[in-house]
Ligand binder design. Structure first.
Ligand code: MLT
Length: 402
């Protein structure tokens, strides 16, 4: 056996969400009488809509026929799905051969990091979805510039200071729920030309954007095709956390520093080696999710999650917390107005005092200590429980220590 990869030293023993799960399970075991309300991991709670489940039924029957059976598909994904994404999400600004269908955003983060050269450096927002931080540590070692950000929104304060090769941008942000506007996005793209970095753009929550004044796709902005690699997903837009489907965009306009080889061709080469394509069934389901009926049905679900997040945000605010999110995102990001408790102490307070499972903010970046995140993907039962508990007191009574 070789030595242990030293990069593991840079990580907590467990990823954030398994830590949350383990603490919640231990509590549930010790206090089986407490009813839990789950606002932790951003996992969907509503079932697949009928246009998607019908498409899956039809496709699985088709797979049982010799005339309809499918083995390996194209590594880059079926053309009919790439054409649909090109049309529906990018209004044909991005062509199907620039779209790579994947088995989910997390796996694409790993593949993109594998594709980039080993000494690539990264700049991260705080707070930021922790898979980026951990995957960069695991695959590339410690090469992260943590940007100074406004902690309630994750908005970078001094964009001129970005000195890494790659800026990771999650928009709408997970966990803060904040949505960057056109002006900020354009200035980041302009800065990427000046400081010579590219933007790795995570748009997993893009379908929650409800304001026409915000760009639906980053590629609407000038220069984006030359500077942005996008990672996206069906998990949150259509409830595919169990099905697994996503995509990435590598534009033909991207150029390497100092050589004429084509990044999109190299990425295709990497995919051909490391991936055998997303499953046919998931891709059929993805096509159904982007059909007229699928979009109608999934929008109703997304609005339900947004509504739950807004109810939570209002309740948390009334009970003495500073909050953001819930408008273009299913997440509510919160910090007590008055309390010095750490994120994990707050997590324990909510779990032990109220039976609520949330996510400690420090898991999204050390500087986010003192914050917690609540997920509007929670079930209606959990939201009702929280509302009824909140109605029985005026403000949270946070102790000095917990
Ligand atoms: C989250 O809760 O932030 C994510 O949905 C979990 C994940 O995708 O790993």
């Amino acid at each position: 056996m070789p030595h242990r990869k030293s990069y593991f030293e840079l990580l907590e023993p467990n990823y954030l969400f398994p830590q949350v799960k383990a603490r919640a399970e231990a509590f549930a075991k010790s206090k089986p009488e407490v009813k839990l309300a789950s606002f932790g991991i951003g996992d969907v709670s509503l079932p697949l809509v009928s246009s998607i489940s019908k498409a899956l039924e039809k496709a699985s029957y088709e797979m049982s026929l010799s005339s309809g059976f499918k083995g390996y598909g194209p590594e880059q994904g079926y053309l009919w799905l790439r054409e649909k994404i090109s049309d529906e999400i990018y209004q044909n600004k991005i062509s199907p051969d620039e779209i790579f269908i994947s088995d989910g955003a997390k796996c694409d983060i790993a593949r993109i990091l594998t594709w980039l050269p080993p000494k690539t450096t990264f700049a991260l927002q705080t707070p930021c979805y922790p898979a980026f931080n951990d995957a960069i540590h695991l695959i590339a070692g410690k090469q992260i510039q943590y940007l100074d950000c406004e902690l309630l929104t994750a908005c970078p304060i001094d964009i001129e200071s970005i000195s890494a090769d790659v800026l990771v941008l999650v928009n709408p942000n997970n966990p803060s729920g904040h949505l960057l506007d056109k002006q900020v996005l354009q200035s980041l793209i302009n800065q990427s030309f000046k400081n010579n970095f590219i933007i790795l753009y995570d748009s997993a929550y893009q379908a929650f954007i409800r304001d026409e004044n915000y760009p639906k796709s980053i590629y609407e902005l000038e220069g984006a095709e030359e500077k942005v690699i996008e990672i996206s997903s069906f998990s949150k837009r259509a409830g595919f956390t169990g099905l697994r489907l996503g995509w990435s965009v590598i534009s033909k306009k991207l150029r390497y520093k100092g050589c004429e080889n084509s990044p999109v061709d190299d990425f295709r080469r990497l995919i051909q080696t490391l991936f055998n394509g997303a499953s046919y069934l998931s891709q059929v389901a993805g096509l159904a999710a982007l059909s007229e009926e699928g979009l109608k049905e999934t929008t109703i679900q997304l609005n339900t999650y947004l509504h739950r997040a807004q109810i939570l945000a209002k309740g948390l605010k009334q009970a003495g917390m500073q909050v953001s999110g819930g408008m273009h995102s299913p997440f509510v990001w919160a910090k007590p107005l008055q309390s010095q408790l750490s994120s994990w102490q707050l997590f324990d307070y909510f779990l032990h005092e109220l039976g609520w499972i949330c996510t400690p903010g420090s898991g999204f970046g050390k500087k986010a200590e003192g914050f917690v995140r609540f997920s509007g993907f929670a079930s209606q039962d959990s939201v009702d429980q929280a509302l009824s508990q909140l109605s029985s007191f005026d403000t949270f009574n946070f102790p000095k220590e917990f």
